[in-house]
Design a protein around this ligand. Structure first.
Ligand code: NAD
Ligand code: MG
Length: 345
């Protein structure tokens, strides 16, 4: 190993030590910039949760290089280095979803967890779906929702099965005493560099998780949701500009954006709004559990103009807005949250 590499590796270890210590202390993971993160042992200042001093968005949170950290699918947020910021210590509610009843798939980690925390702090009762292997992540979310004084319902199970999707929506509505927000955050992404490696089984897995389940879940939810309700789906920037190593995933994300736009028109007579988010690269368990090669994880977020990955806490306010009556004139929209790369007009 050359001296250069040793310097680089040791600087990188310092970065993770600083970030890891901040996470353990419950301090949001922020690196003012790479140099500051590497050289300072002090916990860097946190994401202001919308009300702090002005901050250059490039200077918030962590940048690459990240540590290679393969996890078996579906991955746990609790094992990521650094741990993502889902807003645990920063999101401040102001009653924007008071009394609402929300079902969030994939609510254990990543974008879904950030949404669950924000919704509870905005006054909503929250049911989450996740896979049984993610029970420990889901338990952390349950504690946070209950700390916000809201009802929490845990509904583990695999959404690749129509019978489970029907049961999930019914149980959420029964246990929450109604349903007026449905957020679909669950998703499957597995990277293959070569289309010849992508098997029919994998293709089917991705389509079942990302498209069939969405169809089954919305069919079950529509009859239960009163006028004024809102659905929020999770598309991706890959819907418009697909990465070459996630072809099947990108197809489904384009499908989700299209489904949101069409379903929104169809559900106007019922008074139900439907919108989608199209995120860029966010630091979540999906990326380190097969969603990206480890080479891509190490430089995760480099390719967007802002030069760093998003943290789930940075998208939660958009999920809040799309669920809230504040966005009553918005339906059939796909909202980009992508660090400088716009969506096609
Ligand atoms: P994540 O791994 O934290 O969340 C994905 C969740 O999907 C998992 O927690 C898991 O509970 C759920 N899931 C997967 N397969 C399932 C199944 N068969 N049954 C039930 N649940 C299942 O990762 P994330 O990045 O927060 O992903 C949330 C959504 O955001 C996904 O739809 C993903 O495609 C989308 N997205 C993520 C990014 C990103 O860069 N992280 C970018 C664009 C879109
Ligand atoms: Mg998870």
């Amino acid at each position: 190993m050359s001296d250069d590499n040793e310097t680089h590796d040791s600087a990188r270890r310092t970065l993770f030590k600083v970030a890891g210590a901040a996470a353990v202390a419950g301090v949001p993971l922020v690196a003012g910039n790479r140099a500051a993160a590497q050289n300072s042992a002090a916990a860097p200042e946190g994401h202001p949760g919308g009300a702090g001093p002005l901050k250059d968005p490039r200077e918030l949170y962590v940048h690459s290089p990240f540590q290679a950290q393969p996890q078996p699918w579906p991955g746990l947020a609790s094992k990521m280095i650094p741990r993502p910021d889902h807003g645990e210590t920063t999101y401040r509610g102001s009653g924007r979803l008071a009394g609402r009843k929300a079902l969030i798939t994939g609510g254990d980690s990543g974008l879904g967890r950030a949404t669950a925390i924000a919704y509870a702090r905005e006054g909503a009762d929250v049911a989450i779906n996740y896979l049984p292997a993610e029970e420990s992540d889901a338990r952390e979310v349950g504690e946070l929702v209950q700390q916000a004084g809201r009802k929490f319902v845990a509904l583990p199970g695999d959404i690749r099965h129509e019978s489970f999707c029907k049961k999930l929506v019914k149980q959420a509505a029964d246990k929450l005493g109604g349903l007026d927000i449905f957020v679909n955050c669950a998703g499957r992404q597995h990277a293959y560099d070569d289309v010849l490696e992508l098997t029919t089984e994998d293709f089917d897995w991705t389509l079942k998780t990302n498209l069939y389940a969405l169809f089954w879940l919305t069919k079950a939810a529509v009859p239960l949701m009163p006028p004024g309700s809102a659905m929020v789906f999770t598309s991706s920037t890959n819907a418009y500009n697909p990465s070459p190593n996630i072809l099947d995933y990108s197809m489904t994300k384009a499908g989700i954006a299209d489904y949101a736009k069409g379903l929104a028109k169809q559900l106007i007579p019922r008074g139900i709004r439907v919108n989608a988010v199209a995120p860029g690269p966010f630091w979540t368990a999906l990326q380190v559990s097969g969603g990206q090669s480890m080479a891509n994880v190490e430089k995760f977020g480099d390719s967007v103009p802002l030069g760093r990955p998003g943290q789930p806490a940075e998208i939660a306010p958009v999920f809040v807005m799309l669920a809230s009556t504040e966005s009553s004139y918005m339906t059939g929209q796909v909202v980009g949250i992508n660090a400088g790369n716009g969506l096609p007009g």
